[in-house]
Write a protein that binds this ligand. Structure first.
Ligand SMILES: Cc1ncc(COP(=O)(O)O)c(C=O)c1O
Length: 310
């Protein structure tokens, strides 16, 4: 039986034993930064492959710099801690790994300085987040994406997810699958946990980082695969809400959502209201790669289990 574990206060332990105190600064004030890394199960090889570990930890480091979190782990230590954690947990299915660096002092007072920092990791089973085959029915959120002048969206800050949660719940309670947020200028920013792409003839268009997006690792994966494998270039520029209504195709990308077609927005079908051909070709490539089946992109996949079928 798999037993989910955590790395907490510099030790591995069963997840159920890893508890923070109720005065922990990050819990009270949202002063943590985190990552979400997928482990993708390859049944034929009996192996779990972690996708783009390096890029996730690079982004975590940047988030720490913005939030003045002292983060002293080397890449090698992080890779080793992460793979050991997954291996000792023993899952034989897709998982999600959550690295979290946070203000750990148990004190009152909102600030970033003169506080202790800590780092934890946990792993949990994690299946599909949105229906990648059927696609997502979306709405334009009445909530605007937080601005870089308010809370910087390029950092994956725990507190910023109040913005995402407001948008996601509004969308779901109104009968949609996902919310698409605009920035303060009214341009398309991103979903509550996904970046957005539009297919426009022979190219892809996606909002730039200055539209207050989290600069996604799946976004980079799609830009790379479109260019290298399909010969499709991506333009990063502002996108108006109504451009999505008239796009040939639209899809969202994210570690949780993988590549999910947006088949409807604000009660208007996008394209013919089904997954489009570009999304389909990208998805085929992407799912092969994340499960370690494409040797060309093997460097993006880190295996966790040391004893595997030949
Ligand atoms: C707000 C937000 N935007 C975009 C993404 C997609 O980023 P990535 O592809 O790195 O998971 C995520 C998920 O982490 C997210 O939470």
């Amino acid at each position: 039986m798999p037993t989910p574990h955590a790395y907490f206060q510099k030790q591995f332990m069963p997840l159920a034993e890893a508890k923070i105190g109720i005065m922990t600064h990050a819990f009270n004030y949202g002063t943590g930064v985190f990552e979400g890394i997928r482990g993708n199960w390859n049944d034929a090889e009996q192996q779990l492959y972690l996708f783009r570990l390096k890029e996730h930890y690079d982004r975590l480091r940047k988030s720490c710099r913005i939030m003045r979190i002292d983060f002293q782990y080397s890449d090698e230590e992080l890779y080793s801690l992460t793979t050991r954690l997954v291996e000792m947990s023993g899952f034989q299915e897709d998982v999600y790994i959550r690295p979290l660096a946070y203000k750990s002092s148990e004190v009152l007072g909102v600030r970033l300085h003169d506080l202790e920092d800590d780092f934890l990791l946990f792993v949990a089973p994690f299946g599909p987040y949105l229906d990648v085959e059927k696609g997502a029915r979306c709405c334009t959120s009445s909530w605007r994406r937080v601005e870089d002048t308010g809370i910087p969206a390029r950092a994956k800050i725990t507190g910023i997810y109040a913005n995402s949660a407001l948008a996601k719940t509004e969308a779901q309670l109104n009968g949609f699958d996902e919310a698409i947020m605009l920035d303060e200028r009214g341009h398309v920013s991103e979903g509550s946990g996904e970046n957005i792409f539009v297919v426009d003839g022979e190219r892809l268009i996606t909002p730039p980082p200055s539209s207050n997006i989290l600069v996604g690792i799946t976004r980079d994966t799609v830009i790379t695969l479109a260019r290298e494998e399909l010969g499709i270039q991506t333009v990063e520029r502002d996108i108006d809400r109504t451009e999505l209504y008239t796009a040939d195709e639209c899809f969202m990308t994210g570690t949780a959502a993988h590549i999910t077609p947006v088949v409807e927005l604000d009660h208007r079908p996008i394209g013919d209201g089904k997954m489009g051909p570009v999304a389909k070709r990208l998805m085929r490539l992407y799912f092969d790669i994340i499960t370690g089946r494409n040797p060309k992109y093997a460097s993006w996949c880190t295996p966790c289990y040391s004893k595997v079928k030949a």
